[in-house]
Design a binder for this molecule. Structure first.
Ligand code: CU
Length: 125
């Protein structure tokens, strides 16, 4: 008798687990569809204490969604000279990069021992 209860609980747990998994996948797909619909995006993913790429490249004259994802730690981002600033309150902005050039991008929030070196480059072509 008790075996059956345990077995039933196990099955229920499995079903719940599977349900949560599919829900996550559905949510991620919806997010990806949303990003695709929003046009070109420039996404910075921040961890302690670096951005996910040593340099990012965009085309001049194209309206883009610029976004920051704090994957680890709490960081803010500034594209020097363009006035683009992102943080956990403002995670994305629409921006058109008009002037070709190389811009410094750095963390704009004291985030820890690696803060001063938390830099990357944006190349506008
Ligand atoms: Cu920082």
């Amino acid at each position: 008798m008790q075996k059956w209860i345990m077995f039933s609980l196990f099955i229920i747990a499995c079903l719940l687990g599977t349900g949560v998994l599919f829900q996550n996948i559905a949510a991620r797909q919806a997010e990806m569809a949303h990003e695709a619909a929003a046009g070109p995006t420039l996404k910075f993913v921040a961890t302690n204490y670096q951005f996910d790429k040593p340099e990012y490249t965009v085309k001049a004259g194209e309206k883009m969604t610029v976004s920051l994802q704090n994957k680890e730690g709490l960081h803010a981002l500034e594209i020097v000279g363009l006035g683009v600033k992102l943080d956990n309150n403002t995670k994305s902005v629409e921006f058109t990069f008009d002037k070709p050039g190389t811009y410094e991008v750095h963390c704009a929030l004291p985030c820890g021992p690696g803060h001063a070196e938390m830099k990357t480059k944006l190349i506008v072509q």
